[in-house]
Design a protein around this ligand. Sequence first.
Ligand SMILES: C[S@@+](CC[C@H](N)C(=O)[O-])C[C@H]1O[C@@H](n2cnc3c(N)ncnc32)[C@H](O)[C@@H]1O
Length: 378
Amino acid sequence: MNLTYIATAAMGLESLVAHEVRDLGFEDVKVENGKVIFKGDESALCRSNLWLRTADRVKLLVGEFKAETFDELFEQTKALPWSDFIPENGEFPVIGKSVKSKLFSVSDCQAIVKKAVVDQMKNAYQRETWFPEDGALYRIEVALLKDVATLTIDTSGTGLHKRGYRALHSEAPLKETMASALIKLTNWTPDKPFVDPFCGSGTIPIEAAMIGQNVAPGLNREFASEEWSWIDKKVWYRAVEEANDLAKYDTPLDIQGSDIDHKMIELSINNAEEAGFGEFITFKQMQVRDFTTRKEYGYVISNPPYGERIGEKEEVKQLYRDMGNAFRSLETWSVYVITSNEQFEQLYGRPATKKRKLYNGHIKTDYYQYFGKRPPRS
Ligand SMILES: C[S@@+](CC[C@H](N)C(=O)[O-])C[C@H]1O[C@@H](n2cnc3c(N)ncnc32)[C@H](O)[C@@H]1O
């Protein structure tokens, strides 16, 4: 089957998601605000869920049309081939959102879509009574944007940031998808030293280890569409087998995480073990100002406190000065810092080589990038 998928992306990460989608070999890749659209068969559904590191989830596009009235929404939804995807016992709740559209009542849109899907399926399955909805989950979404309705079924289940290794998390954890994006925005390669001096629950070092050993981020978890009747179990099996074959568990890594808080170090160690990287990442309790190294051409990628909470502001100013002092002499190292603090460069003591606007959840941040000296050509 030739199907259309939508990989949703946090604002600002669309081009990274598109890059990943192209790397997986999928066709007709289109980038829009917050999403990357691509085409593929059933195996693309499995592979995209297993491999996409920076996307939030993968949705199956069922239809897209203009709808300015409830009648238009109902009739056009009913005309879509729902029964091709949802079996008679499938559970199909409907969620919705509406932006800049005449149909602004989301709950009404959801109810109308539900009724239209039920009608289409009653015809297709020749059924008079209610559907039992006691089977696998096919979560439908009706998303209205400027009067265009996009109808999708979610294939991922839990968001793709849930890799399955972070049982416990710190107070201000970074989403795994964002941690991965921060790494992918650098030129780090697994042969180079990697340090996160504010590792919290260990998300950035763990994502780096996964990238370094080419481990598919979804290998440790389940997806809603694994239970779908029209996707042959063999297709999933082959995708998992491919991921297992491509993982390079013997790639040596030099990844270190540190944090001032020993509880965070315990958490990081647990999470890294859960992810299977216990022996590949070194964690230690340390203040950033004590960081020293004799290694060269390394990468610091970090998510320090932003100082947004009252009482934290002054402390964070000193922290950024400490960072500047600790990294100043490391000419060959590249340093990457995400923060919402607009005074970062002044406090750190140097203007960044490059800056990129990113949203960390709802917080507007900048990704400050300081490029180190390049290694000499051999
Ligand atoms: C925003 S959190 C990092 C969250 C982490 N990226 C994660 O995903 O869990 C910032 C971390 O910096 C640590 N921290 C605060 N001051 C520090 C200092 N002076 N040196 C090292 N770590 C510090 C805190 O304990 C906290 O865990």
